[in-house]
Design a protein around this ligand. Structure first.
Ligand SMILES: Nc1ncnc2c1ncn2[C@@H]1O[C@H](COP(=O)(O)OP(=O)(O)OP(=O)(O)O)[C@@H](O)[C@H]1O
Ligand SMILES: O=C(O)c1ccc[n+]([C@@H]2O[C@H](COP(=O)([O-])O)[C@@H](O)[C@H]2O)c1
Length: 194
């Protein structure tokens, strides 16, 4: 049975913060692989500056192609939008359930909003959640503190966001070190976020 951590995100674009977290999870937890699940439409995000699904997927592919334990996934392409994680998990289990044991990876910021997710109780009944630290406002709800299915992982804190990258690239700042080199090249060639 392969243990796979699912790292859901819009990845608009994927950056070294995502890479460092995913690599840390795969090297320092019981996970065998991490899949970056590229979400077409996150339930709580507006579509304003969102690049086409395939371009965001291509950047995740570029970032992970030399990492054997990190994989891009387009499983949510073609599923109804907005993309509710609980629905995707059902789909993944139908497709790979025989030989894959899935878990979720999320930042502490997402854990603080987990009680607003569709059927979050169902998710927690059936899946382990690996949480890494991230500086953010608000509190983790009491019901999630010490929860048997929620495991904290001491990954490094990375204060980088896709929003910061898009915004500063647009005004001509050099954000190249914040992206995997292949992602930078693709983004530059394609003139994204100009
Ligand atoms: N620097 C970071 N450190 C830890 N977690 C991060 C970091 N950046 C993003 N994440 C987490 O990665 C997942 C996917 O991230 P997402 O694609 O939404 O990136 P983002 O950088 O937060 O994007 P945006 O700035 O566009 O909102 C989310 O769970 C988010 O909390
Ligand atoms: O299922 C839900 O209700 C739900 C609500 C908010 C977010 N999510 C998932 O969490 C991922 C990260 O969310 P975001 O908005 O921080 O990019 C996103 O890609 C979604 O798949 C899922």
């Amino acid at each position: 049975m392969k243990k796979v951590g699912l790292y859901f995100g819009t990845f608009n674009p994927i950056h070294i913060g995502h890479m460092i977290i995913a690599n840390h999870m795969v090297e320092f937890s019981s996970l065998d692989e991490v899949w970056f699940v590229v979400t077409p439409q996150s339930p709580f995000k507006t579509k304003k500056t969102l690049l086409a699904d395939n371009h965001r997927y291509q950047m995740v592919y570029e970032a992970t192609k030399e990492y054997s334990k990190l994989k891009p996934s387009k499983i949510e392409f073609g599923l109804p939008q907005p993309n509710y994680t609980v629905n995707t998990l059902v789909h993944l289990r139908e497709k790979y359930g025989e030989d894959h044991d899935f878990a979720l990876i999320m930042g502490e910021d997402n854990l603080k909003g987990l009680h607003k997710w569709k059927n979050y109780e169902v998710i927690l009944e059936e899946y382990s959640v690996y949480v890494y630290p991230r500086i953010s406002e608000g509190e983790v709800e009491h019901q999630f503190k010490g929860h048997a299915k929620i495991q904290k992982v001491d990954a490094p804190i990375m204060e980088i966001s896709s929003t910061f990258i898009r915004k500063n690239h647009k005004v001509g700042k050099n954000i190249r070190p914040l992206l995997p080199e292949a992602v930078w090249k693709y983004m530059d060639e394609m003139n994204f976020y100009r």
